[in-house]
Write a protein that binds this ligand. Sequence first.
Ligand code: FE2
Length: 409
Amino acid sequence: MADYARNRMFFASSTTLMLVVAGYMSLSLFWHDPVPVIWRIPLTILLFIISQTITGMRVLITKRPDLPFLLVRTGGFISSSFMVLSWLVLLRDLLLALGFLAVLLLPCMTGAEEKMFSAMLSIPAELVMLAASLIAASIGMTRALAVPDVKSVEIPVRGLPRDLDGLKVAHLSDLHIGSTFTGKWLEEVVQRTNALEPDFTLITGDLADGTPDRIGTLVHPITELRARYDVVISVGNHDYYSGLRPWVETWRRWGMTVLLNSHREYDVRGRNVVIAAVTDPCAVLFRSLDGEMGAPDVRRALDGADEGLRILMSHRPGQAEQNAALGCHLQLSGHTHGGQFFFLFPLVSRLNGGFRSGLYKAGSMPLYVSPGTGMWGYVPMRLGVGAEITLIILRSAADAGRAEKEETH
Ligand SMILES: [Fe+2]
C-alpha cells in the first residue's frame, strides 16, 4: 500500500482531469433541447461516475489484488468508450462552432443551417456517437490485447564496426504486466521473442503494474527470455509507482540484469558493446530513493565504460539529442505507447520532445521509440497504432542506406 500511497498525485490529477472532461461532456450532450429536462441530472451523474472508472479500477485493484481479469477488462472497456466519446463530442462541438461562425460571417446563408445544427444536437445523433464509441472501443481493445507481431527494423549506426553488422537486438517495452495481460500472454510474447534468436533482449521500462507480492507469478515468465549475450531490464515510471526497490530486488534474485544509471560491457565478436541504462525522471517524486535508483544520469550510467558501441536504454525518449552529445550511438526508448489513440498523437509527440513511435535521428544518433509491447491497463485500447515486439538489426554505415527508407521520420 505504501507504494500506492506515494502515487497520490496520479489519483488527484486523473480524478480532476476526468471530472472536468465529464463536466464538459455533460453540458454538451445533455443540457440542451431536445434532451428531456428530467433526464439531464441522472445522465450527468451517470457520466460523472463513469469518468472515474480509471481511478476507481486502480483503487479496486490495489485493495483486491485477485480482481478477475473479466472485471478489469470491463472497466477498461468503459474507460475506453468514455475516451472515444469525449473525442467525438469535442469534434462535433468544433463543427458546430465552425457552423455558427459561418452563419455570423456569411449573411447569405439560407437558413438550412439551423436544421443541420438541430440534427447534430438531436438524440439520434448522440446515440450514433455513443454506438460509434462502443464499436471503436471494442475494435481498439481487441487490437490492444492481442499478442503483438514482430516488427523488424534495420538501423544504421554511424561508425559501427563491420564485425558488429547484423547484431540483433530484441526490444520490448511497456509490458505493463499485472492489470491487463495474463501470464499466458506474456508466455507467448517470450516465445515469439526467443524465436528471433537475438544477441540481446532489452526491456525499456514499465514492466510491471503492481507489487511483486501480488503479481510476481505473472511477471515471472520474463525469466524465460533468452539471448546470446544478455537480457537487460531498465525501468520506467510505472515501475516506480509499483515500488521500485522490491521489483529490482526481485528481478535480481531471479538472475536478471537490471541496469540503473549504470552499464555493463560485453565482448561481442571481439568488439566491446556497452549496454547502459538510465532511470526515470519520476524518481524525483520518491525522495527515499537515491543513488542508483535516483534521477536519471547518463554521465553516471556511462562512467568508466571503455570505447565501443554504446547502446542507451532510456524509458523516455525526450532527452535523446543530449544523450547523443554524451557519446551514445543508439538509444532505445518507449513510454509513449505510440500515442495509443490517433487523436492523441500530436499531444503525445509534443510531450515527448517530438518523438512518438518508430525510428528517428537525434543529432547523429538513431533513436528507436517502441510503441509498446503491452499497454497501460486502465484504458486498454489502440486506435491507429499497434503494439510490437521489435527486432532491431544494426547495420554499419556501408549497409545503412536501405535501412532509412521506411522508418525514419
Ligand atoms: Fe508505459
